[in-house]
Design a protein around this ligand. Structure first.
Ligand SMILES: *[C@@H]1O[C@H](CO)[C@@H](O)[C@H](O)[C@H]1NC(C)=O
Ligand SMILES: *[C@@H]1O[C@H](CO)[C@@H](O)[C@H](O)[C@H]1NC(C)=O
Ligand SMILES: *[C@@H]1O[C@H](CO)[C@@H](O)[C@H](O)[C@H]1NC(C)=O
Ligand SMILES: *[C@@H]1O[C@H](CO)[C@@H](O)[C@H](O)[C@H]1NC(C)=O
Ligand SMILES: *[C@@H]1O[C@H](CO)[C@@H](O)[C@H](O)[C@H]1NC(C)=O
Ligand SMILES: *[C@@H]1O[C@H](CO)[C@@H](O)[C@H](O)[C@H]1NC(C)=O
Ligand SMILES: *[C@@H]1O[C@H](CO)[C@@H](O)[C@H](O)[C@H]1NC(C)=O
Ligand SMILES: *[C@@H]1O[C@H](CO)[C@@H](O)[C@H](O)[C@H]1NC(C)=O
Ligand SMILES: *[C@@H]1O[C@H](CO)[C@@H](O)[C@H](O)[C@H]1NC(C)=O
Ligand SMILES: *[C@@H]1O[C@H](CO)[C@@H](O)[C@H](O)[C@H]1NC(C)=O
Ligand SMILES: *[C@@H]1O[C@H](CO)[C@@H](O)[C@H](O)[C@H]1NC(C)=O
Ligand SMILES: *[C@@H]1O[C@H](CO)[C@@H](O)[C@H](O)[C@H]1NC(C)=O
Ligand SMILES: [Cu+2]
Length: 574
């Protein structure tokens, strides 16, 4: 193994591709063991058996440094099929470790195990891991913290402490039953009963005061909060009473710092913020609260989760009890004006150390509609709970993605795609209509397992356009295997003649999950520098279940270090 220093030395004299090959192993290997097992947990005065990693909820934190290898042995002891996704980790030439079931691997079946083995290259910040099959990620999730390389500082004030704040969503009923029931009846799945902060709903719910996350802080310090939205179906606003937050990073990429009292975070997104505690603050306890930003036509869980920021003055004792508890004021559930303002403040740091490598030329332009649709009722008794006796569905360019019954990456690698997927995913909508106006008469989706195939090193520009079929709604689209730059967004229909002139090619935010605005569009660019099969889907799990998902195939490049290596020997079989 090449030592860290030698690596740096070698880096200065060798070409870039060679550098990467040598230096990606410059870190250490971090070993983790994930035993998937059931655990009895009580929330909202109800005891429930949930799927966990090592009996922990939320699951364990993966901590690594940029350049480290992470090796996680996952052993499945539960009745469900399981797979784990390392959300936002680029997985450069390690697609076998990405995790979405039936896309890059068959699930790990009961009694089986699989070793995820990947190196973290060129990334530092907060990400998270979660199950990537059915709705199991409701309780199978935990933070991934990627520290900068040794002796490398953050490009912002060094925090006194770092705290993960992971948002979740809690159902009293069994969530596998809920989604299976919904897919059967064709109606919307039952909404959640609570949101959680680090697994705890907090005092705003009945019978929940004892399940409250408390963050104890000292005055006059800087804390780094690593915010993660692991909720299934809801974008969230988050705020702390009487405190401002400074955003410094999104999806493990540094941003230009900006001040805000409220954060918007979609499922699948992460945001690092600095919290400066005040000096000699007379008011000792402050609520931290999160509640949804909801734009869709369906009912949603309109509750608020809270936790407590508690000051501990070194010279005062027992100050906690009698002081007022201040509440933050959060935007209204449908405050799109706030959401838009917040999103527009997010910019890449884009300095010489952390440049924004926006692709300036474009090889392929694609236009995808994303949104809901309908399927005919197929129940034997011809009764369905979707609108007008239909079954709710969702689609990209009107294709509702059907999961294959074997892993696509394997099929691709061994040239056995026949009967698994086809390569005719439409790169434009099959028919044009006023996407954000009155819906067309025919709202039926088409089923398929279709992919877009791209050569290595293709620069892609993708515009994603929300539709108002059934109802306009913000869709947080997540791309596996790549980060992308968010060049622009707007409301109404994308105008290819006018809108590109307004694209930001200088310091657009770089991330892996972006909200397609409700009744609007977003434009992104990325470079296909990573061979494999890469999933792209709405991170609202209900929409993914309905088919709002597709996959990209990026072919091997010509050079040796541009090819996907063969699969590991323990890759699960279907
Ligand atoms: C992880 O992958 C690397 C590179 O392929 C290999 O050298 C190493 O042995 C693997 N580790 C485990 C535990 O499988
Ligand atoms: C979902 O809600 C409906 C209506 O309240 C109820 O009948 C059904 O039992 C619920 N499903 C589950 C799995 O709890
Ligand atoms: C019809 O089928 C659906 C889904 O299988 C079920 O929920 C519903 O109760 C059935 N209705 C009747 C009248 O059998
Ligand atoms: C938050 O920042 C705004 C604008 O910079 C400022 O007006 C406000 O006083 C700050 N609030 C707190 C609680 O520090
Ligand atoms: C302390 O709390 C009171 C209300 O209980 C409020 O009026 C006052 O502005 C707070 N002080 C500070 C410094 O936040
Ligand atoms: C959500 O709850 C708030 C109160 O917390 C209420 O003002 C609002 O009307 C509710 N919205 C919906 C759509 O139920
Ligand atoms: C605590 O007391 C020490 C010595 O009495 C003093 O120097 C320090 O400033 C005090 N700290 C706070 C936060 O009041
Ligand atoms: C938000 O919802 C309220 C109803 O709770 C409605 O009156 C208002 O018009 C909505 N605002 C927007 C911007 O849609
Ligand atoms: C349901 O049918 C009614 C009457 O034909 C129609 O007005 C309405 O648009 C339909 N709804 C959907 C979602 O297709
Ligand atoms: C599309 O529909 C919207 C909403 O009804 C309308 O404001 C807009 O003018 C329509 N656009 C076109 C090109 O017809
Ligand atoms: C598409 O797939 C869904 C879910 O698997 C199924 O319910 C529906 O009937 C299918 N639609 C068609 C037209 O085959
Ligand atoms: C688990 O996955 C295997 C392979 O795809 C499949 O055959 C089996 O039906 C699945 N079992 C469950 C319980 O879903
Ligand atoms: Cu969606």
């Amino acid at each position: 193994m090449i030592s860290h220093n030698l690596c740096f030395f070698v880096m200065t004299i060798l070409s870039l591709s060679f550098q990467l090959a040598l230096c990606k192993h410059s870190g250490i290997t971090r070993h983790y063991k994930f035993d998937i097992k059931m655990k009895s947990v009580t929330r909202l005065c109800q005891t429930k058996s949930i799927v966990t990693v090592n009996g922990q909820f939320p699951g364990p934190t993966i901590t690594a440094r940029e350049g480290d290898r992470v090796v996680v042995k996952v052993i499945n002891h539960v009745q469900y099929n399981v797979s784990i996704h390392w959300h936002g980790v680029r997985q450069l030439r390690s697609g076998w470790a990405d995790g979405p079931a039936y896309i890059t691997q068959c699930p790990i079946q009961t009694g089986q195990s699989y070793v995820y083995n990947f190196t973290i290259i060129g990334q530092r910040g907060t990400l998270f891991w979660h199950a990537h099959i059915s709705w199991l990620r409701v309780t199978l999730y935990g933070p991934i913290i990627i520290l900068p390389k040794r002796e490398v500082l953050y490009p912002f004030p060094q925090p006194y402490k770092e705290i993960p704040i992971i948002f979740g969503e809690w159902w009293k009923a069994d969530t596998e039953t809920i989604i299976n029931q919904a897919l059967q009846t064709g109606g919307a799945p039952n909404i959640s009963d609570a949101y959680t902060i680090n697994g705890l709903p907090g005092p705003s719910y009945n019978c929940s005061a004892k399940d409250t996350f408390k963050l104890k802080v000292k005055p006059g310090k800087t804390y780094l909060l690593r915010l993660i939205n692991a909720a299934l179906n809801d974008e969230l606003f988050f705020s702390i009473a009487n405190h401002n937050l400074t955003v410094v990073e999104a999806d493990a990429v540094y941003t230009k710092p900006f001040n805000t009292n409220t954060i918007l975070i979609t499922p699948g997104q992460t945001t690092n913020v600095l919290l400066k505690t005040k000096n000699h603050h007379p008011n000792a306890t402050f609520l931290m609260a999160a509640r949804p930003y909801a734009t869709g036509p369906a009912t949603f869980d309109n509750t608020t989760t809270t936790s407590i920021l508690e000051y501990h003055h070194p010279n005062k004792t027992n100050q906690v009890t009698k002081l007022p508890l201040l509440r933050p004021s959060l935007p209204k559930f449908n405050d799109t004006t706030f959401a838009t303002k917040f999103i527009k403040k997010l910019r890449s740091l884009a300095n010489s150390k952390f440049p924004a490598k926006v692709p300036l030329k474009v090889d392929r332009r694609l236009f995808f509609t994303v949104g809901l649709g309908l399927n005919p009722c197929t129940n034997v008794n011809q009764t369905c709970q979707g609108p007008n006796n239909t079954m709710l569905a969702a689609a990209v360019n009107n294709v509702s993605f059907i999961m294959p019954n074997t892993a696509m990456l394997q099929a691709h690698f061994f040239n056995q795609s026949k009967g698994v997927y086809t390569t005719d995913f439409p790169t434009n909508p099959p028919f044009k209509f006023n996407y954000t106006g009155n819906p067309p008469n025919n709202s039926k989706v088409v089923n398929g397992t279709k992919v877009v195939v791209l050569p290595f090193n293709t620069s892609v520009e993708l515009v994603m356009q929300d539709t108002s079929i059934i109802g306009a709604e913000s869709h947080p689209l997540h791309l596996h295997g790549f980060n992308f730059f968010v060049l622009g967004q707007g409301f109404g229909n994308f105008n290819p003649n006018k809108d590109p002139a307004k694209f930001n090619l200088v310091d657009p935010v770089e991330r892996n999950t972006v909200g397609v605005p409700s009744g609007g569009w977003v434009a992104i660019r990325f470079l296909t520098d990573n061979p494999g099969v890469w999933f792209m889907h709405c991170h609202l799990e209900v929409h993914t279940s309905w088919g709002l998902k597709m996959a990209w195939i990026v072919m091997d490049g010509k050079l040796k270090n541009q090819k996907l290596p063969p699969p590991p020997k323990d890759l699960p079989k279907c």
